[in-house]
Design a protein around this ligand. Structure first.
Ligand code: FE
Length: 391
């Protein structure tokens, strides 16, 4: 038996934030990040609309990027005191991810992260509150997914939470909120969305329900990301919807090794963080060439959906070339070397990173299995740009 789960309601379009006026409840807590939502006035609007709905409103502010266990526990504590029946989270992936985890600890104070990281074994949520998510970036799609990532900085581990219980009840895609994204973030999050859709389409867990969502998302990213990057308002709006479609697909079809590699290299090097979407953008063409021996027909489907023609082999190459040219047009480097990772550090850390990437939760649904040795070879290709030819 398989399952396909999405939020019950999706509100989108100009001024869709106003739907908050119609939520039924008595207390809402608003979970938000560092301040851009406040600066742009969206936090004030959110609070005003919830008050108009007749609710008492409390703020939980200052969720950091890559939210910590401590922040989650603080938020859950605030929720237990305030007893909200709505959790409303507005901002990038981080405050929404944090709020999802707070929700679990609000409803089940006695639970632990060790209990929650067992995939799809959450206790039943919605005993105390429902959840509305309002994304300000166009990439993670956490507003429609069953996922959240929380970091334990003391233990140096990330807890990937995965359960349909934390799929929000309401997602609000108000394009004016996503218009505030800076250009580099638009490029990175857009390529993250493309990676979500492509990995979901070729995943071993793909289905007839996820395929159309993934293909439409890929077509829309190809059509709108360049103009969105250059600030076109309509393209920004279309990208906000495209990343959401991609999220609907991968929340149900899962991902692949592009994400495994991005997860394990993001914070691995002393030269600085590799932004998630940027890492995915660099790895994606290499992963496609690695996977093509198993999933060539699926990549060919994607290429055809983008209007390309030719043999399966040629379609796979055209798809990779399309991704490489998108990257180039937005200033995304082609390799880790070009990104600025030092060669001696890369070589030294390669065996550990390769092993961790193979063990990542996203590896299981990749269309082609991979050993740590093959992963070392693949990562080496992404470092220096050598053509992937891995037996
Ligand atoms: Fe991603």
């Amino acid at each position: 038996m398989a399952r396909f789960t999405l939020p019950r309601d999706l509100y989108y379009g100009e001024n869709s934030l106003e739907m908050l006026k119609t939520l039924k409840g008595s207390r809402a807590i608003v979970v938000v990040g560092g301040g851009s939502m406040k600066r742009f006035g969206f936090l004030d609007k959110t609070v005003a609309y919830l008050k108009e709905a007749g609710m008492e409103v409390q703020l939980f502010e200052g969720v950091e990027p890559d939210p910590s266990v401590e922040t989650v526990m603080k938020g859950a504590h605030a929720m237990r005191e305030f007893k909200p029946d709505w959790i409303v989270s507005i901002g990038g992936g981080s405050p929404i991810d944090a709020a999802k985890a707070m929700w679990a600890f609000y409803e089940y104070p006695e639970t632990t992260f060790e209990d929650l990281i067992v995939p799809f074994q959450f206790p039943e949520l919605r005993q105390k509150a429902r959840f509305a998510a309002i994304p300000s970036t166009s990439g993670t799609a956490t507003e429609v997914t069953a996922f959240s990532v929380i970091t334990d900085y003391q233990k140096g581990v990330k807890y990937p939470l995965a359960d349909f219980n934390i799929t929000p009840d309401v997602a609000i895609l108000d394009p004016s909120i996503a218009e505030t994204m800076p250009q580099t973030l638009t490029a990175h999050t857009g390529m993250d969305a493309l990676t979500h859709a492509i990995e979901a389409y070729v995943s071993t867990a793909n289905s007839v329900f996820t395929d159309p969502l993934a293909l439409k998302a890929i077509q829309m990213v190809a059509e709108y990301l360049p103009a969105s990057y250059n600030g076109d308002k309509n393209a920004r709006e279309q990208m906000h919807y495209a990343q959401c479609l991609a999220g609907m697909a991968f929340s149900n079809a899962l991902l692949g090794i592009t994400h495994s590699m991005a997860h394990k290299t993001g914070a691995a090097f002393s030269t600085g963080h590799i932004p998630h979407g940027c890492a995915n953008a660099i790895y994606l063409p290499f992963v496609i060439r690695y996977n093509a021996v198993k999933a060539g027909n699926r990549y060919a489907d994607i290429a055809r959906a983008l209007g390309m023609e030719g043999s399966e082999e040629s379609l796979v190459e055209q798809l990779c070339a399309k991704i490489e040219s998108l990257n180039k047009s937005m200033g995304i480097p082609a390799t880790l070397k070009e990104f600025g990772i030092k060669e001696d550090e890369f070589k030294e850390k390669l065996p550990t990173i390769a092993k961790l990437a193979v063990e990542d939760a996203c590896t299981g649904s990749n269309p082609r299995p991979i050993t740590p040795e093959q992963m070392e070879q693949l990562l080496t290709c992404t470092y220096d740009g050598t053509k992937v030819n891995i037996a």
